[in-house]
Ligand binder design. Structure first.
Ligand code: GUN
Length: 297
């Protein structure tokens, strides 16, 4: 018999709007109590189009909810020393609660050195090794934006994760690795049995076909196809790739790591691209900034 699953979208656009509305209420409370308004800064180097788009969206989101924001732009030719000097200045700025250095950086700059120069208590991106260690050990810290956003989506949609088999595809330091830790924690969401798949995994379909939850973070357009998943699966698509499309005014369309129509037909819940994980990352960054501000005051 043909089984037809009707899926529900995990709507990141709506959820992030809900979170921003909650944060705006928090700002009002802080103001009423005479506390310091959360202040986020971003350092942007060079003129990578996607980085500009992301940083502008972060600044706009701050304005929308009443946070203070600052943007420091540097030419792609900036030296590592100049950037380190700026970071030192921001680390010591008592009016600033958190800041990010938008990645990627030009090749002549050592990205790891920059990440480690950010004071852990202002590292609202959660990229500093100290913060990743704390996240792994369940200590209070900043969970980085994409994993935090995914956990928020699972929590707010009350996805049952206990005892489920969660397959994560991709082992990046920013998404796959932290997700594998978070989903296995003795917490909810969490309590999953986790499999971390990557480019060297043999017979990946054997794992994905057994998965109750799949989180795909590969950056490979439409990698996960309908034949790779079972009925009722929960799918989180972290990928976002520009694919040439002359029917669009922009000349491209945005595609995730999931072949949406095929996989959605078998899913219970699935994130769309765009409008899924993407908007959640900004909401998470703002939540971390509020946490930093509360800690500091
Ligand atoms: N580049 C892509 N994603 C991110 C992010 O979450 N933070 C920063 N700083 N750079 C990025």
């Amino acid at each position: 018999m043909e089984s037809e699953t009707t899926y529900q979208l995990l709507d990141g656009k709506q959820t992030s709007a809900d979170i921003k509305a909650e944060l705006a209420v928090e700002v009002e409370k802080i103001k009423a109590a005479g506390g310091s308004i959360p202040h986020l800064a971003a350092i942007l180097v060079g003129d990578d189009g996607a980085s500009h788009t992301y940083v502008n969206a972060k600044v706009k989101a701050c304005e929308l909810i009443g946070f203070k924001s600052s943007l420091y732009r540097f030419d792609a030719s900036v030296t590592e020393e100049e950037l380190l000097k700026k970071i030192e200045e921001l680390n010591n700025d008592p009016d600033l609660h958190g800041f990010i250095v938008q990645l990627p950086l030009p090749d002549h700059i050592d990205e790891q050195k920059i990440i480690e120069a950010v004071a852990p208590e202002k590292d609202v991106d959660g990229f500093h090794p100290e913060n990743i260690g704390k996240m792994a050990l369940d200590l209070p810290t900043f969970v980085s934006a994409t994993p935090y956003g995914i956990m928020q989506l699972l929590e707010r949609y009350k996805i049952d994760t206990v005892g489920k088999h969660c397959v994560i595809i991709g082992r990046s330091h920013i998404v796959g690795l932290p997700m594998s830790i978070l989903m296995g924690k003795k917490k909810n969401p969490g309590n999953c049995t986790v499999t971390l798949c990557h480019s060297r995994t043999a017979n990946i379909k054997d794992f994905t076909l057994d998965a109750d939850i799949i989180i795909v973070a590969l950056g490979s357009a439409e990698f996960l196809t309908g034949d790779m998943v079972k009925e009722g699966v929960v799918v989180i698509d972290v990928g976002i790739t520009r694919v040439e499309d002359n029917s669009k005014k922009s000349g491209y369309r945005l595609v995730g790591d999931v072949k949406f129509d095929e996989v959605a037909a078998k899913s219970s819940y699935i994130t769309p691209v765009p409008g899924g994980v993407g908007p959640m990352t900004i909401a998470s960054l703002l939540m971390n900034t509020l946490t930093a501000a509360k800690r500091g005051s």
